[in-house]
Design a binder for this molecule. Structure first.
Ligand SMILES: Nc1nc2c(ncn2[C@@H]2O[C@H](COP(=O)(O)OP(=O)(O)O)[C@@H](O)[C@H]2O)c(=O)[nH]1
Ligand SMILES: [Mg+2]
Length: 450
């Protein structure tokens, strides 16, 4: 089993402690792990090499955001680059041509062409409200034409009647003629597969392309294609010329590396992901989602983005200094809680912390939620300045006043003060170890005593 990138990097997070800008050392250390992550996600080696070089060039010398550690920053940069390399934004299906327009499906045998033809037909039919005709040009494999016909019947989408012994070129012409009289907008041509790149079959596809002048030529490829992805994509693009890629079996274990390899080599967009055997399991390809799957970083990237948008990173720095000296009062606690709220509340913060996802469900089950955070803030805000700075003065009658003021029970006030004491104790200890991870530990101590 591979270790996730977040697991591996958490070790590095601790070792890299630079301030100011990303140094070459930070970047090189983190990139070693990112390189492994890319290879484990099955990105082809030459693509990994180029990608890492580019990412390094971008990362070195970048200014650091306070409260984000260097490794997290590197991941953010790498993720952004990965999203770009995968196409940035989802690329729409091209439907800008007069009817009937042709979509040609090409690829290796078993890659999922026939299934994807049916899926695409359904998607175009339901989402774009266009009339679709399915036609199989696979005359080499027994039952291949029937396979498509059956799928078409299941979906109530027309398919071109099978004429035995007809050549693929002639089937293509017949499909176009039929489409014209039947008011068809889109013809999907499912071609014969090949076990490997085969001159004869490639020639045939070229001829069909010339006859049908397709608006889209899709390379259908299996996500599990590892290091071979580059060769397959390169060959099909050079010989046939493709306009997009459909990656099938994205519902399996593959982490999506083939997407990066194929996009990189052809420069053509991945447009769809096959997410299962059923005809409605076709998804529009989203570079953001696949990038996070490749990097396996949970929501670190989102955390970094939010932290970067917080304006009070200076406050955090001051607080850290105070803590190192062992001064921590209720004002500081309120600031911590407010910071958490700005980051999207307690429950969303928990989701961001790598490895805490599973605990999060349990915590939510135990009733730890954002209303707790709001209540804690209300209690602190009901205190006087003096009380916040010097909690020792909080006797019974003061506690009662605060409880009334914030609409809680005295018990709740007591609980908050107990948590405060624990945080204070913890921060004193941490003053000795530096402020690494104080946010996370702060969260833990606040929840433990509820
Ligand atoms: N799990 C899964 N299976 C798929 C997907 N696409 C195709 N398949 C399966 O892969 C096998 C080969 O698909 P097929 O469309 O016949 O491939 P072709 O030879 O390229 O036409 C069939 O058993 C399909 O059900 C997918 O996205 N996910
Ligand atoms: Mg087929």
């Amino acid at each position: 089993m591979y270790k996730s990138l977040s697991e591996r990097l958490s070790g590095i997070f601790d070792r890299l402690k630079g301030r100011g800008i990303l140094s070459e050392e930070h970047v090189n250390t983190a990139m070693r792990e990112i390189r492994i992550a890319l290879l484990e996600a099955d990105v082809a080696l030459p693509v990994v090499k180029e990608f890492i070089e580019e990412a390094k060039a971008k990362a070195i010398g970048q200014e650091l955001i306070k409260s984000i550690n260097p490794a997290q920053m590197v991941i953010k940069i790498v993720n952004d680059q990965l999203v770009q390399a995968l196409g940035g934004e989802p690329e729409p299906l091209n439907l800008n041509a007069p009817s009937p327009m042709v979509m040609l499906m090409v690829g290796l045998q078993g890659s999922g062409k026939t299934t994807s033809s049916a899926k695409l037909a359904k998607l175009i039919n339901t989402r774009f409200r266009k009339n679709v005709l399915l036609a199989s040009l696979d005359i080499y494999r027994p039952a291949a034409q029937l396979q498509l016909e059956n799928l078409a019947k299941q979906m109530s989408i027309p398919s071109l009647p099978i004429v035995e012994g007809e050549k693929p070129q002639d089937i293509t012409k017949r499909a176009i003629a039929a489409a014209k009289v039947q008011n068809i907008d889109v013809i999907i041509l499912d071609t014969a597969g090949r076990l490997h790149i085969d001159d004869e079959l490639m020639d045939e596809v070229k001829q069909i392309k010339a006859i049908s002048n397709p608006i889209e030529t899709f390379l259908v490829a299996d996500s599990l294609t590892g290091q071979d992805a580059v060769n397959i994509a390169k060959n099909f693009h050079e010989i046939v010329g493709i306009t997009g890629i459909i990656l099938t079996r994205a519902d399996g274990d593959a982490r999506g590396g083939a997407a990066l390899s194929m996009r990189h080599i052809t420069g053509q967009p991945i447009k769809f992901l096959g997410m299962g055997e059923k005809v409605d399991q076709l998804e529009i390809f989203d570079p953001h989602r696949v990038a996070s799957r490749i990097l396996d970083m949970g929501d670190i990237v989102a955390l970094v983005e939010r932290a970067a948008s917080l304006s009070d990173s200076e406050d955090q720095e001051k607080l850290a200094k105070k803590l190192e000296k062992g001064h921590f009062d209720l004002n500081d606690m309120a600031k911590q809680i407010e910071g958490m709220q700005k980051m999207g509340g307690l429950s969303s913060m928990l989701g961001f912390l790598p490895g805490i996802g599973k605990i999060k469900d349990k915590l939510e089950g135990a009733g730890v939620d954002d209303s707790l955070v709001r209540r804690q803030l209300a209690i602190i805000r009901s205190m006087t300045k003096l009380e916040r700075r010097n909690p020792n003065v909080l006797n019974g009658s003061r506690r009662k006043r605060i409880a009334n003021g914030s609409g809680v029970l005295v018990m709740d006030v007591n609980r908050l003060l107990k948590q405060f004491e624990q945080m204070q104790k913890m921060f004193k200890q941490m003053g000795k170890m530096g402020n690494k991870g104080f946010l996370r530990q702060g969260l833990n101590s606040m929840m433990r005593n509820r």
